[in-house]
Design a binder for this molecule. Structure first.
Ligand code: FMN
Length: 194
């Protein structure tokens, strides 16, 4: 079993990364393999609405001059997907939005390739708007027939721009551990006997 964690923040070592790392460490301790990918700060572009994916149904996006298809292949291989983003004006980063739009479309037009994977949204924020960003990611999971995983609060962590302030948010970081444990629990149930 494997879980892919994707960082939508351009700050590669920032708050979102710390939260994803805590989820990943917890999954690893539960015997589940993880891989972290960076999408924030990359040149991934938005959906061009060419609809070639509907015509070709070849499990890839026709825009091939960025890193989308490589990330998408890893999403298909994974049993669980954790998407992390900082809050930007009460929503996710443009890079995370591009990934959601394109992966959602390509997976759906090829026979719902994300069906029954597990998914979790992880959001960092300084003060407000995090729930809206959280919802933006969960919309992908819900329309794709994925099983979403929560924690003992919504999967949020508070931190500003100095270093990795989220590490001081003890409740937020504890929730990331809880989230990792719940995702491991669900994956083991889903894949028991396979
Ligand atoms: C362009 C921009 C917009 C932001 N908008 C918000 C916002 O609406 N609400 C909020 O609480 N924080 C906002 N922030 C702060 C970040 O979401 C917050 O510091 C987050 O923890 C950064 O995560 P990172 O270190 O992984 O990049 C914004 C930051 C930037 C750069």
């Amino acid at each position: 079993m494997k879980v892919l964690l994707i960082n939508g923040s351009p700050r590669k070592e920032g708050n979102t990364r710390k939260m994803l790392d805590r989820v990943g460490e917890t999954l690893e301790a539960e015997g589940i393999g993880t891989e972290l990918l960076q999408v924030g700060g990359t040149a991934i572009r938005g959906c061009l609405a060419c609809y070639r994916c509907i015509e070709l149904k070849d499990r890839q996006c026709s825009t091939k001059n960025d890193n989308f298809n490589a990330i998408f292949r890893k999403m298909l291989e994974a049993d669980g997907i954790v998407l992390g983003s900082p809050t930007y004006f009460a929503d996710i980063t443009p890079e995370m939005k591009a990934l959601i739009d394109r992966s959602g479309y390509v997976s759906r037009v090829n026979g719902n390739l994300f069906h029954h994977k597990t998914g979790a949204a992880v959001i960092s924020l300084r003060r407000g708007g995090g729930i809206h960003a959280f919802d933006s990611i969960n919309h992908l999971f819900q329309i794709c027939g994925m099983f979403t995983v929560g924690s003992t609060y919504w999967n949020l962590g508070f931190g500003g721009r100095e270093g990795n302030e989220v590490e001081n948010d003890r409740e937020g970081m504890e929730n990331m551990r809880d989230l990792g444990q719940s995702m491991a629990f669900l994956l083991k149930k889903l894949h028991a006997g396979t």
